[in-house]
Design a binder for this molecule. Structure first.
Ligand SMILES: [Fe+2]
Length: 294
C-alpha cells in the first residue's frame, strides 16, 4: 500500500566522478533499486578521451539518469587552463571553439543517460511528483561565468544576470510539485570560509565560491511559494586543499543543500575497494540525504 503521504522515492546522487567509475559501479546501481540517478558532472579529468570512456560505461545504466556537465566535461585541458589561470583568460573565448561538438560527443557517449543543462523536468520517481531544475553547465564557481562564449551560443546566456533570468524562467515553468535543483557547483550564500560547503580553498583569501545565479533562483522559487526540497551539486571537493573537511550537507531556510563531491569516489582500505554516492530519500514534502560507501 502506497498512498501519497507515505510514498518515498530514492535518488542516487553521484558526485564528481573524475574518472573514478567502472563496470562494478554500473552493476551496483543496476541492482540497487534507485528510482533515479543524478550526476553532478565532472565525469572527466583534463582529457575528454578518458571522460568519454566513463560516459560509455555510464550508458549501461538501466535506471533513469541525468548528468549536468561540469567544468571538466566538454573542455579540453588548455581551455580549462585558460578558464582557471588569470594570465590566460584572454584565450578563454577562442578555446570555446569546438565545445558544442565536444559536448555532443559526450552526449552521444552517454546514450540514454541525459546530458542536461538549463532545463526543467517534471518527474515522478516511485510516484513522488518532483520538478528538477537543471542549472548552468560547466560552472567553475566564483563571480565569473566559465565558457561564456559557448554559453551565449548554446543557451543565449551572456552574463550572470541573464543566467539568473534563465533559471527564474525554469522555476516559472515548474508545476506545484516540489523542486530539486541539480547543479555542478552549489549556490553562494552558504559560507565564506575555505571549508564552507562551497567556500574557496585554493586562494589565500577565503571567500564564498558558490554560484550567485543558483542562490537567486532558490530564493526566487521560495518567494513564489514553491517548495524547494533540495539543491544537489559538487565541484568543490569535500576535502579542502589544507586537508579540512567541508560539510556534506547544510540545511538553510528549509532547503537541504548537498555537496556530493567526495573525490576520489573510489577508495581502498584494508584491501577492500568502496565507492561513494549520496542517497536521497524523497517524500512529497521532505528529503533526507545519506552518504554511502558501498
Ligand atoms: Fe568541477
Amino acid at each position: 500500500m502506497n498512498d501519497a503521504a507515505t510514498q518515498a522515492a530514492t535518488i542516487g546522487v553521484i558526485g564528481d566522478v573524475h574518472l573514478f567509475w567502472d563496470d562494478e559501479d554500473v552493476a551496483f546501481f543496476n541492482s540497487s533499486g534507485y528510482d533515479l540517478l543524478l550526476f553532478v558532472g565532472d565525469l572527466a579529468a583534463y582529457t575528454q578521451v578518458r571522460g568519454q570512456r566513463v560516459a560509455r560505461s555510464i550508458r549501461a545504466l538501466r535506471t533513469p539518469a541525468m548528468c549536468i556537465p561540469g567544468n571538466h566535461d566538454g573542455l579540453h585541458a588548455l581551455q580549462l587552463g585558460a578558464e582557471i589561470a588569470p594570465r590566460a583568460h584572454r584565450l578563454r573565448n577562442a578555446f570555446c571553439e569546438g565545445q558544442a561538438r565536444r559536448c555532443r560527443s559526450l552526449e552521444k557517449a552517454l546514450g540514454d543517460v541525459e546530458l542536461v543543462a538549463y532545463t526543467q523536468r517534471r518527474v515522478a520517481p516511485a510516484g513522488v511528483p518532483l520538478n528538477i531544475v537543471v542549472c548552468r553547465p560547466h560552472s567553475i564557481g566564483g563571480r565569473r561565468l566559465a565558457c561564456l562564449r559557448y554559453l551565449d551560443e548554446a543557451y543565449g546566456v551572456d552574463s550572470m544576470e541573464s543566467s539568473v533570468a534563465r533559471l527564474k524562467s525554469l522555476v516559472d515553468a515548474c508545476d506545484d510539485s516540489p523542486i530539486l535543483f541539480l547543479a555542478h557547483n552549489g549556490p553562494s550564500g552558504l559560507g565564506d570560509r575555505a571549508d564552507s560547503i562551497w567556500g574557496c580553498d585554493f586562494r589565500k583569501k577565503e571567500e564564498d565560491w558558490g554560484d550567485r545565479d543558483l542562490e537567486e533562483a532558490v530564493r526566487y522559487a521560495s518567494s513564489k511559494g514553491r517548495k524547494v526540497l533540495a539543491t544537489v551539486a559538487g565541484h568543490m571537493h569535500r576535502k579542502t586543499k589544507s586537508g579540512k573537511q567541508r560539510p556534506a550537507q547544510v540545511e538553510k531556510d528549509g532547503v537541504l543543500y548537498v555537496n556530493a563531491a567526495e573525490v576520489p569516489r573510489h577508495r581502498r582500505a584494508n584491501g577492500v575497494k568502496t565507492r561513494h554516492h549520496v542517497k536521497l530519500t524523497v517524500t512529497a514534502g521532505r528529503v533526507t540525504a545519506e552518504d554511502l560507501w558501498v
